[in-house]
Design a protein around this ligand. Structure first.
Ligand code: FES
Length: 680
């Protein structure tokens, strides 16, 4: 057994014997302990902070004397005076081993620290960004041994950081010489670490030690909105988040109308590419100014988007995506330069686009798969990203299937008579008393229900303007529970239901939620065409899920994850009463928020996750709903509320669905045999 002192690192538990005088940083490196350093042990960066512990450690079988490390030295004191150092902390490159010692590496000193995500069931992100900072001392030029400044910088990176084969672009060469001399041959270099296909590359260079950080963007490029998170590539923290409406909306609200715009207008696709890139740059400027950072310090960006947005962003005509067999120009992940996409961030910044799963299941669904990891799930999980198209993933660690289902815009409040986007004044929650059939509701911007004191004052500024997607789902489900709506989707008359809230509306009936007309406000009703629009949307969603269940040979799922902004707001109970999602215990239905954006963030902060999702996407089985005959059958059954062919036994333990039938021969109650909505 070695007589050298024993060094034990926590939390890793790694341990080894080292000769007296070994710097703690050296011991850490030899044991593969995750201890950061930018300056390579020169006492400049303070990234190597550690906390030694003293006393008896029976768990580790060591006793640590007060002099287990060398005394506090001048370098540490200088650092403490200049920048401050928490009491009890030492610099790992300065403190040397003198005896057995237990050393804790605090999270901020770990290169691969975890960024904790807020949701309990979410995986933490392990930091492993594409670009890191390295401080080097470069040899000065020597007339007797002539070599270029760049060659000596590359040699220094190899010697001091074991970075082999480092390359650089012309823009670094153009600024290299003055920076080296200004820094007195000491410089900090940002290096993109590369991967198996590309060597490491110098991105930026600063004279002396650069104490700042680098930034990256995680961008969720949606058909309606573009949302970006600006992240610190060192800490993993989100520094700022911002979003804008996608400027392409002026070419068409939905994806198919944008594809058609490209088909019908010469150069239309390029026009849309320009628009989205300009919008993106405006967003980046906005987010950098909000965070008060220099936009040119953004060195990496990850994008997730649906296939049509993917093609338009890249400058590829999406024509082929508008028709069977929905061929993508490329389904693989893409590593590009920001300048290729006209993005105003660092001139050498890299851009990574996650792979697309299929012609209708894009990189946004891949990002959801990365965030929610159905491929690692022990139980069978259905992940639904609800938008204009629903992206659906079903599986567990043995097998994952994916499809996209054309739900249309009804869930976002479009095609609904009193529908609107989720904004202040929109009804977002609604309940109907099953006895009186009277509604009570809440609008966005207020926590007070409409039958509570203070409601009028609470909505004085917003008013009651319409009903948003989550509100319409609750309204229709509550109408079904209260017995004013039958399973086929017909609203009863005042006589049939016993409430004057049911009013005649042409050949059918409508349910009056709110009448603000006396004060010049809107009259908010749920009409039969509204019900039909939601029936079609939810039937498309359910049929996609059911089709994947058929393919997997299962009748039930263990849990359901609702992703997307809309998914975050819908009530599990009401979604199930409508038959949007398969029958399953309500507590097993959870919301993942913006899972696509989270997936983008994971891929930004952890390059290993990029390889992981590329591999996962290769293994995901893609199902094309358009060519599956059973989709239509499921669709017809799922048009009923909740379903005409499938029982919802778990749901029926929670709620009772009244047996009502308002189809008295007249009216337009038929739900069967409808034409399926076209994609888009
Ligand atoms: S490694 Fe930079 S201060 Fe210790």
């Amino acid at each position: 057994m070695s007589s050298d002192p024993l060094v034990i690192f926590t939390p890793s538990g790694k341990r080894g014997h080292f000769p007296i005088g070994t710097p703690v940083l050296t011991a850490a490196r030899q044991l593969g302990v995750d201890l950061d350093s930018v300056c390579g042990g020169r006492g400049i960066c303070s990234k190597c902070q550690i906390t030694p512990s003293y006393g008896e450690f029976s768990k580790h079988g060591v006793s640590v004397a007060d002099d287990a490390l060398t005394e506090w030295n001048k370098v540490e004191q200088r650092y403490k005076d200049k920048r401050g150092l928490i009491d009890g902390r030492r610099l790992g490159c300065q403190a040397q081993v003198q005896g057995d010692v237990v050393i804790d590496v605090p999270p901020e000193s770990q290169v691969h620290r975890q960024v904790v995500r807020k949701r309990a069931e979410a995986r933490d992100i392990i930091m492993s960004p594409s670009t890191r900072l390295f401080y080097v001392e470069v040899e000065e030029p020597d007339m007797h041994n002539p070599s270029g400044d760049m060659e000596r910088l590359i040699a220094a990176l190899a010697d001091q950081w074991q970075l082999q084969n480092v390359q650089s672009d012309l823009h670094i060469l153009q600024c290299l010489q003055p920076i080296l001399r200004k820094g007195n041959w000491k410089v900090t270099v940002a290096v993109h670490l590369g991967d198996e296909t590309q060597p490491p590359k110098i991105m930026h260079i600063w004279p002396g030690y650069y104490a700042g950080t680098l930034y990256g963007l995680a961008v969720d490029l949606g058909s309606t909105t573009i949302a970006a998170h600006l992240c610190d590539l060192k800490s993993g923290e989100v520094i700022a988040s911002s979003g804008i409406m996608n400027p392409q909306i002026r070419f068409g609200e939905d994806l198919m109308s944008r594809v058609s715009y490209g088909m019908m207008n010469k150069g239309g696709d390029q026009e849309m590419t320009r628009a989205v890139r300009e919008g993106m740059n405006a967003l980046f400027t906005q987010i950098a100014s909000e965070a008060e950072i220099d936009q040119s310090l953004i060195v990496d960006a990850v994008f997730v988007c649906n296939p049509v947005m993917h093609h338009l962003f890249l400058g590829i005509d999406p024509f082929e995506l508008g028709q069977a067999p929905f061929a993508l120009a490329s389904s693989g992940a893409l590593s590009l330069r920001a300048t290729d996409l006209d993005l105003n961030i660092h001139p050498a910044a890299r851009v990574y686009l996650l792979p697309c799963i299929a012609g209708h299941v894009g990189a946004d669904a891949a990002a959801v798969a990365l965030s929610e990891a159905p491929d690692k799930s022990e139980d069978l999980v259905l992940v639904v990203d609800v938008g204009t198209n629903a992206e659906i993933l079903l599986g567990d660690k043995t097998r994952v299937l994916a499809c996209s289902s054309p739900t249309g815009p009804a869930f976002e409040g479009a095609q609904i008579s009193s529908g609107q986007r989720a904004a202040p004044g929109a009804i977002e929650r609604l309940e109907i008393n099953p006895e009186t059939k009277e509604p009570r509701f809440r609008v966005i911007g207020s926590d007070i229900w409409s039958d509570e004191d203070g409601f009028d004052a609470a909505i004085a500024t917003t008013g009651i303007t319409g009903i948003c997607g989550s509100g319409i789902i609750e309204a229709i489900a509550e109408m079904r529970l209260a017995g004013v709506l039958d399973a086929s989707g017909l609203i009863g008359s005042a006589e049939q239901t016993g409430t004057q809230r049911c009013i005649v509306d042409g050949r059918t009936n409508a349910y009056l939620v709110w009448d603000g007309s006396a004060d010049g406000g809107p009259r908010i009703t749920i009409t039969n065409p509204d019900i039909r629009a939601i029936q079609m949307a939810k039937a498309a969603l359910y049929s996609g899920a059911r089709l994947l269940m058929d393919k997997l040979g299962v009748e039930t799922v263990d849990r359901v994850v609702l992703a997307g902004a809309f998914g975050a707001h819908i009530s599990a109970k009401h979604a199930m009463v409508l038959g949007m999602i398969p029958d399953c215990p309500l507590e097993k239905v959870t919301s993942a928020g913006n899972a696509a954006g989270t997936g983008a963030r994971i891929a930004l902060l952890n390059t290993d996750a990029r390889r992981e999702i590329e591999e996962t996407v290769r293994r995901i089985e893609k199902i094309e709903t358009a060519v599956e005959p059973r989709f239509q059958e499921h669709f017809v059954n799922a048009s009923a509320i909740p379903n005409s062919a499938e029982p919802f036994p778990i749901l029926s333990t929670v709620v009772t669905l009244p047996e009502v039938n308002f189809n008295t021969g007249g009216g337009d109650g038929s739900t069967g045999g409808r034409r399926r909505r076209r994609r888009g």
